[in-house]
Design a protein around this ligand. Structure first.
Ligand code: UDP
Length: 237
């Protein structure tokens, strides 16, 4: 079986864990996603996961209601830790070894991020879940994903979304919108296409870390992406 990407960084938004719920963590949804990840791990792909927290708390939204932004962002980072623990639990329920490494120290519940240890886990076939984003307010988990992807020397960044790729226009609003099979970073930036936030995109481009944007809800999608099949949109240098 051919594998295009040996080591991947998967960015899961918090919203991907909600399923059709309005809030929180949907166990059936999380199990569906985790099964797809286990499938590629069993194919020999090394997987790092950066998980968001938007299903529980978002700093920007709290700022709108007059909260101090940095405090709100730390709360957002804590939300990602909850999601990371839920993911770890789901992996272990399927017999897949997984470790949580948090950018903020909270040693009773997760290891603190340490690059050599994370690389060691990846080499051992353990899924590494990176929690608490970058550990700094005013950043996003997209940027954390770019950072960890670069640090882990990943072959590709996989950005899981609700849409199955990058489109010429919003497919929910414009029926004539078509999916890009591939697009350059420059085109994505000039056309202001929503791939990842600007900081994340700049870091990926600078590190030549290409991105595949794909829909994780579709069964088997992740497997097709790591095999290099026509799935999602490849954003490349
Ligand atoms: N956050 C932060 N620094 C980081 C990553 C995340 O302050 O490096 C906070 C920020 O408040 C953000 C929240 O954590 O709104 C949840 O992350 P994000 O919005 O990226 O999650 P997603 O949209 O992927 O669910």
């Amino acid at each position: 079986m051919t594998i295009r990407y040996k080591r991947v960084l998967l960015k899961l938004s918090g919203e991907a864990l909600m399923g059709n719920d309005a809030f929180g963590i949907n166990r059936t949804t999380i199990m569906g996603i985790v099964k797809q990840i286990v499938e590629i791990a069993q194919m020999g792909v090394e997987v790092g996961v950066v998980v968001g927290g938007g299903n529980l708390f978002r700093g920007v939204a709290a700022q709108a209601s007059d909260m101090d932004r940095a405090t709100a962002d730390y709360m957002g980072m804590l939300a990602t830790v909850m999601n990371a623990l839920a993911l770890k639990d789901a992996f272990e329920s399927l017999g897949q070894p997984a470790r949580v490494q948090s950018a903020l120290s909270m040693q009773q519940i997760a290891e603190t991020y340490a690059r050599p240890k994370a690389i060691q886990y990846l080499e051992e076939g353990k899924v590494v879940i990176f929690a608490a984003g970058t550990g700094n307010p005013f950043f996003t988990t997209d940027t954390a994903a770019a950072l960890r992807g670069a640090e882990m020397n990943c072959d590709i960044m996989l950005k899981a979304t609700n849409v199955d790729g990058v489109y010429t226009a919003d497919p929910k609003k414009d029926a004539s919108a078509t999916r890009y099979q591939d697009i350059t970073f420059d085109e994505a930036i000039v056309k202001n296409l929503k791939v990842m936030d600007a900081t994340a995109l700049a870091l990926c481009r600078e590190r030549k870390l290409n991105i595949v944007v794909f829909g994780i809800a579709k069964e088997g999608a992740l497997k097709r992406v790591v095999r290099g099949e026509d799935e999602g949109t490849l954003v490349h240098v």
